[in-house]
Structures are given as structure tokens and as C-alpha cells.
Design a protein around this ligand. Structure first.
Ligand code: UT7
Length: 332
């Protein structure tokens, strides 16, 4: 666990974008053997947004970025760094961040991607806040963006009902008069479980061949139940310890932003930590699991509806391929 020291860093603005097209559970039940009832009961998901043909991760990222820059009142030319958290880059290289930097005309900014499963959002926020706290950067645009739909096997009911496309973004900068600050972050990984969520095909280990395509190695594969057990075992004690090390008890946190992977996981974790359900942000019903974008979308929606009160504490936590997990605390 590490406290942010040096220059206090605050959230200057946020934004989001999700594709227009919606895929309901009933739509899915016409593609695979599933039902609205099964999906709702097991995951809490009702709908998910799916990118249109030609809508890429860089496209949704740019739209969320423009909304966040508008909200923060920051011009692209003022950015020092653009970080994109994604597991579905348009191409293996270049990354999404340099493309977005070009699209925005952010001429003074560096750009790089963070790819660490669904935890990428927490990792990238921590890196951005650490970079500003150290004095290395002043204004950083952090985007979580996914267009996972082309990477999904739409005949595999174990995965196709879960994921959605979309993007969210935040602009971070040094705290100004009366603004909040990031308090601490804890970034973890258990790489012994790297086989639980994978997309193995088409890169170094399994270069694309007719065989890899036939075996569907170019699609997301997940041992859902193993992930479910890993997360339920790991996340509640992790969060209790992380809060404690940061000087808080779980009750001290005003708003809990869990990665929106499964409503059952979120509710079970909240229950075990003794968190009141009205402090837990839930939007999985509308968007499904948008992986690295999920925390940014949840935060942007939240801030559109609510004004943070001075001193309120927000905890962001995620878990995903790696298996990585982590948390970051912000005080308004
Ligand atoms: O963001 C990255 C992190 N990912 C996650 O957090 C995902 C974590 N895992 C999960 O959310 C849950 O494991 C799932 C929602 C993926 C699955 O729920 P589960 O309660 O763990 O179900 P299961 O995998 O144990 O499968 C139970 C049954 C199986 O049938 P049998 O073998 O008992 O006959 C599955 O074949 O449910 C079946 N099943 C389905 N049935 C209807 C699996 N997917 C579906 C489906 N519709 N879509």
C-alpha cells in the first residue's frame, strides 16, 4: 500500500460515451441457449451497449475524452500525458493512447496504454496520480475504453452474455483551492492464475494460423466459476486490509465503486465488509461488464447526478485478467 505524497492530485472532470446500439438479454437468448432470467439472476445484467461497425476503441475513447476535457475546462494542448486503460486496443500496436492523442490534437502530450485486465482502470489512475504528485506531469487525461464485442465468441454463452462496449474518462491535475485529493493506492497481482481469463491467439504464443482460428483462440476465454471463487475469496479481505492500512474502516468510505463484473460479487463483497447497499454504485444492469472502462463510466454517471461533498471518500476497486486486482481512495 502506498500513500500519495508530494503534490496533492484532484479530479478535474469526467466524461463517458457508450455506443447507441443496445443488446438485451432477450436478444442474446435468440443467439445462444440462455434466458433473461438466468442472466439477471446470475449477473445482474439486463442490457449492454455494442459498438457499431467501424466504431473502434479509439473512437469511443476519443468521445469520452472530449466529454471529460469539456467538463474539466481543459484544452487538449494543455495535457502532458494521455493514458488509455484497455484490453481491446484497435491494434496490438500502435496503442490506443497515441491514436487518441493524434485525434485530439494534444500536441504537448505523451501517450501510452495500460493493459492489465479489468484492473487497468485502477492501475492507470494510480500511475496518473503518482505522476502528477511527483511533479512529472501537470494535467493527465486517463481513459478507460473497450470495444470487446469483436473479441467475443457470440456462440459461447459463458462469455457473450457478460461484456459490453463503452468508455469513460477523467482529467486529473494538481489540487486547486478547496479541491479533493487521492489518498492511497494498492496494486496487486496473482500471476499464478494467469490462465483464468485469456485471449491467447494471434500474438506471440499462438501466432495466427488456420488452426488457431478454428480453435477460436482469438476470442476471450474465461473460467468464469474459478474467477468467481478467486474474487470472492480475495477481494473482501483485500479491501478490509487496504482500508485499514489507509487509516479507514470500510464504514468510513462514502461511495464504493466496484468493477462492474457481476452484481452478485459486488453485493456479496459489500455484505462481508458491512457496507450499506446505498453506498455501493451499481450500473451493471445497463452496461454489463465494460472491463477497463467500467469504473470510469460509473464515476462519470455518478458525478453527472451527484455533487461530492467536501471530505467524502470514494474507493475504486477492480479485479481481472492476470489475475490482477487493486484499489485507490480519493477524498473529495
Ligand atoms: O471482469 C473480469 C472478471 N470476470 C468476472 O468477474 C466473472 C466472474 N464469474 C462470474 O460472474 C460467474 O462465474 C458467471 C456469471 C460467468 C457464471 O455464473 P456461475 O454461477 O459461476 O455459473 P457456472 O459457470 O458455475 O455455470 C452454472 C451452469 C452451467 O450449467 P451446468 O454445467 O450446471 O449444467 C453452465 O453451463 O450455468 C450454465 N451457464 C448458463 N446457462 C444459461 C453458463 N452460462 C450460461 C448462460 N445461460 N449464459
Amino acid at each position: 500500500m502506498a500513500f500519495f505524497r508530494g503534490i496533492p492530485v484532484s479530479l478535474w472532470g469526467s466524461g463517458m460515451y457508450v455506443p447507441e446500439k443496445v443488446l438485451t438479454n432477450d436478444d442474446l437468448s435468440r443467439l445462444v441457449e440462455t434466458s433473461d432470467e438466468w442472466i439477471r439472476d446470475r449477473t445482474g445484467i439486463q442490457r449492454r451497449h455494442i459498438a457499431a461497425e467501424g466504431e473502434l476503441t479509439s473512437t469511443v475513447a476519443e468521445k469520452a475524452a472530449r466529454a471529460a476535457l469539456d467538463d474539466a475546462g481543459v484544452d487538449p494542448s494543455e495535457l502532458d500525458m494521455i493514458i488509455v486503460a484497455t484490453n481491446s486496443p484497435d491494434t496490438l500496436f500502435p496503442g490506443v493512447a497515441p491514436k487518441v492523442q493524434g485525434l485530439l490534437g494534444a500536441l504537448n502530450a505523451g501517450a501510452f496504454d495500460v493493459q492489465s485486465g479489468c484492473t487497468s482502470g485502477v492501475y492507470s489512475m494510480a500511475v496518473a496520480a503518482g505522476g502528477i504528485a511527483s511533479g512529472m506531469w501537470k494535467r493527465v487525461l486517463v481513459i478507460g475504453a473497450e470495444v470487446l464485442s469483436p473479441l467475443i465468441d457470440w456462440t459461447d454463452r459463458n462469455t457473450c452474455v457478460l461484456f459490453g462496449d463503452g468508455a469513460g474518462a477523467v482529467v486529473l491535475g494538481p489540487s486547486r483551492e478547496g479541491e479533493g485529493k487521492f489518498i492511497s493506492a494498492e496494486l496487486r497481482s496473482d500471476g499464478t492464475k494467469h490462465e483464468q481469463i485469456t485471449l491467447p491467439g494471434g500474438v506471440v504464443q499462438y501466432p495466427a494460423t488456420a488452426e488457431t482460428v478454428k480453435n477460436k483462440l482469438h476470442y476471450v476465454a474465461m473460467k468464469g466459476n474459478d474467477v468467481f471463487k478467486f474474487v470472492n475469496r480475495t477481494i473482501p479481505p483485500f479491501l478490509r486490509d487496504y482500508c485499514g492500512a489507509s487509516g479507514f474502516s470500510p464504514e468510513d468510505i462514502d461511495w464504493w465503486f466496484f468493477h462492474q463484473a457481476n452484481q452478485r460479487i459486488i453485493e456479496r463483497s459489500a455484505e462481508r465488509l458491512g457496507i450499506s447497499p446505498d453506498k455501493v454504485i451499481l450500473n451493471i444492469a445497463e452496461y454489463g461488464n465494460t472491463s477497463a472502462a467500467s469504473l470510469f463510466i460509473a464515476l462519470s454517471e455518478f458525478l453527472r447526478e451527484k455533487r461530492l461533498r467536501k471530505g467524502e471518500k470514494l474507493l475504486f476497486t477492480a479485479f481481472g485478467a492476470g489475475m490482477t486486482y487493486g484499489g485507490i481512495i480519493y477524498e473529495a
